[in-house]
Design a protein around this ligand. Structure first.
Ligand code: KE4
Length: 429
């Protein structure tokens, strides 16, 4: 069984100079308890912690490392670019090259603007939708996460109030009033908001396959219904594909599910492990963006050549080997079916949600279709499961509200090892 001496010491030192010892809250293991491991290096499907223990990695840096860690062509491209400098704040041909690849690969877009995170991409997409429509309100869905911009840190208002309420100190009521909350997979909740606020709604923003409540696929007809409502009311449909982009297919959820969004946001995979976000739309929308149009958006490190070359090399690898999506789907299905069989034989209540290489396990006998049903899961069970797998060298997302992200470097031996660890834990339940 794993031990965590050095990680514990490193965590204690980190907490002295970094809030909570981490630079992103989910890494602190608050949801699952215990001490986070500190990673020293990663290679392929494996993480290696400060105590020199190996883990099979199922978060892939929360999505970006779809090819596996330290993928040689990506590392070589970064090394070569670094010798030429890392950022200029001046245009480079690299930005045009990756933008052209994105425009070719992703349906329904003509232009793309690069930023530095998924948060920035979603924040900018909402500003663009508001600028393009001249409207102020947006609809988001309880349980969907679009980054930490104020407009998204909103929870359901009290009672019949359809306006959102801040779910973080520092977010103002003034901001919250322009974010309306709907329920995922519940078209009627969206229709009600349009009924109440029709001409004020600039856009709906949604994760076309939710990954921040665990993995929740859209119900049959749900996205089609959103598309129709946006067309009927002159609102824009924003697909937040920070997770699904270049993961569910090269063309993302739009390609995989056959639904056309008006604005699409990206992060994670598009940067190949370096900080890159992006948002894209057809030309008539993107022409509103500065410096062409009046909607302002900017960034010192946006499109910097080091991040661009990591993203470009990653996207080219995906474009050149479309079989990767078949391999990822098959490996995820293999894990799904193995877990399902073990859980059934144990007689535990469970739901496994999966679409493509996104998967999540919920300890509940109710279908998990929205935030409330995801929250109804037996999370103490999940936390014990998480640590049992960690102790056996399997790194799962440290929260019941996250999705697994499989990577192409995972072997069927790794999957077998994972299922054996899972079976060992089940014997203790
Ligand atoms: P970033 O700002 O973290 O790059 O992207 C924000 C974001 C936007 N949209 C979706 C659908 C996302 O999942 C995210 C970020 N995802 C989380 C994992 N659930 C990042 C992990 C973290 O916060 O540390």
């Amino acid at each position: 069984m794993n031990t965590y001496q050095r990680s514990s010491a490193l965590f204690a030192a980190a907490k002295k100079v970094i809030p909570g010892g981490v630079n992103s809250p989910v890494r602190a293991f608050k949801s699952v308890g215990g001490t986070p491991i500190f990673v020293e290096k990663a290679q392929g499907a494996y993480l290696f912690d400060a105590d020199h223990q190996r883990y099979i990695d199922y978060i892939a840096s929360w999505g970006p490392m779809i090819l596996g860690h330290a993928h040689a062509p990506v590392i070589e491209a970064i090394q070569a670019q670094a010798e030429k400098g890392t950022s200029y704040g001046i245009p480079t041909a690299l930005e045009t090259e990756i933008a052209a690849l994105v425009v070719q690969a992703v349906p329904n877009i003509d232009k793309v603007r690069f930023v530095n995170s998924g948060t920035e991409a979603c924040m900018s997409a909402v500003r663009l939708a508001r600028g393009y429509t001249g409207r102020e309100k947006i609809i988001k869905f309880a349980g969907c996460y679009h980054g930490h911009s104020d407009a998204f840190l909103i929870q359901a208002g009290s009672g019949a109030v359809t306006f959102g309420a801040p779910n973080s100190p520092g977010v103002t009521q003034g901001t919250a009033k322009d974010t309306l909350l709907a329920r995922y997979n519940d078209l009627a909740s969206v229709e009600e908001l349009f009924h109440q606020h029709a001409d004020a709604i600039a856009a709906i923003i949604i994760e076309p396959v939710a990954g921040n409540m665990g993995c929740i696929p859209p119900a049959e007809g749900f996205l089609e219904g959103l598309r129709a409502l946006c067309d009927q009311h002159g609102a824009l449909l924003i697909f937040d594909e920070v997770m699904t982009g270049f993961r569910l297919a090269l063309g993302g959820a739009q390609e995989r599910l056959g639904i056309a969004a008006d604005i699409v946001t990206f992060g994670k995979v598009i940067g190949g492990g370096l900080p890159v976000g992006a948002f894209a739309a057809r030309a008539e929308i993107m022409k509103e963006l500065a410096p062409e149009g009046p909607v302002y958006q900017a960034g010192t490190l946006s499109g910097n050549p080091l991040a661009m070359v990591a993203g470009l090399t990653t996207l080219k690898a995906l474009q050149d080997d479309p079989e990767i999506y078949v391999r990822l789907d098959e490996k995820t299905a293999h894990l799904h079916h193995g877990m399902h069989a073990l859980l059934e034989s144990k007689g535990l209540p469970f739901q496994i949600n999966r679409l493509g290489s996104m998967l999540s396990l919920h300890f509940t006998d109710q279908p998990v279709t929205d935030f409330d049903s995801a929250a109804a899961g037996n999370n103490p069970h999940f936390n014990r499961y998480f640590h049992a797998m960690l102790d056996r060298g399997v790194y799962l997302p440290p929260s019941a509200f996250e999705s697994y992200f499989l990577n192409d470097a995972l072997s069927y031996n790794d999957l077998a090892f994972t299922l054996e660890a899972f079976e060992e834990w089940l014997k203790t339940v």
